[in-house]
Design a protein around this ligand. Structure first.
Ligand code: ZN
Length: 123
């Protein structure tokens, strides 16, 4: 079966699958990577941005409100799939998810962050 899945007013993704379970997994993957979402700081629309620095490439959703410009970083799964996912959890310096009392620590504002020049860090 082929499903046309509308993820925004101007974006439709065609998903092909042989089974309902695989279709469900593919829809999840689309939602967790491509589907735009409002900024977690100010609720403005977001846009897809790819930028590079040195040898690294960064995939982000960036707030279109120029006074906000918060971003939601996307990670790349470290397996064969190379699937993108929205980073919503706190990570340590090695990129590992931080856990406290055995529970994953989630970032505020659904993972949306912006640079705080006074603190010198993303908040
Ligand atoms: Zn914003």
């Amino acid at each position: 079966m082929i499903v046309e899945y509308k993820i925004s007013p101007n974006m439709i993704v065609k998903i092909e699958s042989e089974s309902m379970t695989t279709l469900f997994e593919k829809i999840h993957a689309v939602n967790d990577s491509l589907k735009p979402e409002p900024c977690g700081k100010c609720q403005s629309e977001s846009m897809h941005v790819v930028r590079s620095a040195g040898n690294n490439v960064y995939y982000e959703l960036v707030c279109t409100n120029n006074t906000c410009r918060a971003k939601l970083s996307l990670g790349i799964e470290n397996n064969e799939s190379k699937r993108l996912y929205k980073k919503r959890t706190k990570v340590d310096g090695d990129g590992r998810t931080v856990k406290e009392d055995g529970k994953t620590v989630y970032l505020p504002d659904r993972g949306w962050q912006r640079w705080d020049s006074d603190k010198g860090e993303l908040v």
